[in-house]
Write a protein that binds this ligand. Structure first.
Ligand code: AQP
Length: 344
C-alpha cells in the first residue's frame, strides 16, 4: 500500500457486481446484492456478470456449470434486472478479466492477500490443499471491477475487505506505472438492512450457499411450504421481541429475523419492533413467513418460467458479452501500453 494521495478519477460513474454460480441463490444474496442491482440500473450504467471463473476456485461439475450460469442469470432477470438497461454477461465470455488479473497478480502483495479473512474461512484448517485460485480470487475480483473502471460495487458486508483490496491494487497500479487516475478507487455499496443476513440455524454465522444444512437458508427457488417450514424451524430464543433495537443486542437470532423482516418489508428495523414489541416468535414467525412467501414466491415462479427457455437466456448473455467486451477491450489495450507489453 502506498502513502500517495489518490489522484482523482475523471471518468463516468459505473456499477459492477456479480454472483458465483455455485449453488442455489438464497435470501442473503437477494437482499445483500440482487435487490440493489435492480435499483441501481436506473441510476448509473450497470454491469452485472455471472462469476463462472470464480466458481471453479472450488470444484464444479463441468456438465452442470453452464446450467448454473443460466440459473443465476434467471435470478437476475426475475429480481428485476432488465437486459435492455443493464449489461448482463458471463465472466468467461470476456477473456480480458483473466488477462488483467495476471497484471494485478504482479501488483498485489502476498501480505495483502494473507490478510483476507474469506480465504481463511473457506480454506479452513487445510489451506495447503486449497487451490491457488481460491487464494488469488480477490485479485481476479479487482480485475472484474477495474476492467470496466467501475466506481460503485453493490455487495454484501462480507465483500467489504475485498473491495478495500481492489482500491489498494488500483492505487498501486496508478502509482507504479505513472498513470494517475487511470483506474478509479471504487466504493463498496453495502448499506441497507440486508447487508449481512445470518443463518437461520445460527445467528452468528453468515447465511451461505455452502452451508451443509438447507435449513440454514431460504433459497430463491423454495416453494411456499418450504419457506414457511424453514422460518418455523428457525432457531430463536424464548423471550418476546423488545421495544428497542438496543435490547436485541446479545440475541443474534432475534436480531437477524427482525432484520430480515425489515429488509423484505422495506422498513427500518425499529418500525418492525414498533409493530411487534411484546409479541413472541409464535406470532412473529408466521407473519415473517407470509411476508417472505409474498416477496420470494413470484421470484421463484419467474425463475422457473425463464429457465424453461434456455435459448433466450443464452441470447441475453451473448448480447451482454458483446456489450461488455466493447468496454473491456479498449481498457485492456490501454493497460498493455501502460505496462509496456510486446503486444501493445
Ligand atoms: N448472508 C449474506 N447476507 C448479505 N449478502 C450476502 N452475500 C452473500 N451472502 C450474504 C452477497 O451475495 C453476493 C454474491 O455472493 P457470491 O455468491 O459471489 O459469494 P459469497 O459471498 O461467497 O456467497 P455465499 O452465498 O456465501 O456463497 P458460498 O457459500 O459459496 O461462499 C455478494 O455480494 C455477497 O456479498
Amino acid at each position: 500500500m502506498t502513502d500517495q494521495t489518490p489522484a482523482p478519477f475523471a471518468g463516468p460513474k459505473r456499477v459492477l457486481s456479480g454472483v458465483q454460480p455455485t449453488g442455489d441463490l438464497h435470501l442473503g444474496n437477494y437482499l445483500g446484492a440482487l435487490v440493489k442491482f435492480a435499483r441501481l440500473q436506473h441510476e448509473i450504467p450497470t454491469f452485472i456478470f455471472v462469476a463462472d471463473q470464480h466458481a471453479i476456485t472450488e470444484w464444479q461439475d463441468p456438465a452442470k456449470l453452464k446450467g448454473q450460469v443460466r440459473e443465476i442469470t434467471a435470478a437476475y432477470l426475475a429480481t428485476g434486472l432488465d437486459p435492455k438497461v443493464a449489461t448482463i454477461f458471463a465472466q468467461s465470455a470476456v477473456p480480458e478479466h483473466t488477462e488483467l488479473a495476471w497484471v494485478f497478480d504482479c501488483v498485489a502483495r502476498i501480505g495483502w492477500l494473507d490478510r483476507m479473512t474469506q480465504f481463511k474461512d473457506k480454506a479452513g484448517k487445510h489451506k495447503e490443499r486449497a487451490s491457488v485460485g481460491l487464494y488469488a480470487y480477490p485479485v481476479l475480483q479487482a480485475a472484474d471491477i477495474l476492467l470496466y473502471k467501475a466506481t460503485h460495487v453493490p455487495v454484501g458486508e462480507d465483500q467489504r475487505q475485498h473491495l478495500e483490496l481492489t482500491r489498494d491494487i488500483a492505487q498501486k497500479f496508478n502509482h507504479d506505472f505513472g498513470a494517475p487516475g487511470f483506474f478509479p478507487l471504487p466504493d463498496a455499496l453495502t448499506q441497507g438492512p440486508g447487508a449481512r443476513i445470518m443463518s437461520l440455524r445460527d445467528g452468528r454465522a453468515k447465511m451461505s450457499k455452502s452451508d451443509p444444512s438447507d435449513y440454514s437458508r431460504i433459497n430463491l427457488t423454495d416453494d411456499a411450504e418450504t419457506i414457511s417450514q424453514k422460518i418455523r424451524k428457525a432457531r430463536t430464543d424464548p423471550d418476546p421481541l423488545p421495544a428497542s433495537l438496543d435490547a436485541l443486542e446479545g440475541r443474534p437470532e432475534a436480531q437477524n429475523l427482525v432484520g430480515v423482516y425489515a429488509a423484505l418489508a422495506g422498513k427500518a428495523p425499529q418500525a418492525v419492533l414498533d409493530e411487534f414489541a411484546g409479541q413472541g416468535f409464535g406470532v412473529f414467525k408466521p407473519r415473517l413467513a407470509d411476508l417472505a412467501v409474498e416477496v420470494l414466491g413470484p421470484i421463484g415462479a419467474e425463475m422457473r418460467r425463464l429457465l424453461a427457455d434456455p435459448a433466450e437466456i443464452d441470447r441475453i448473455l451473448a448480447d451482454g458479452a458483446a456489450r461488455a467486451r466493447a468496454l473491456a477491450q479498449p481498457t485492456m489495450a490501454e493497460v498493455r501500453k501502460i505496462v509496456g507489453f510486446w503486444n501493445s
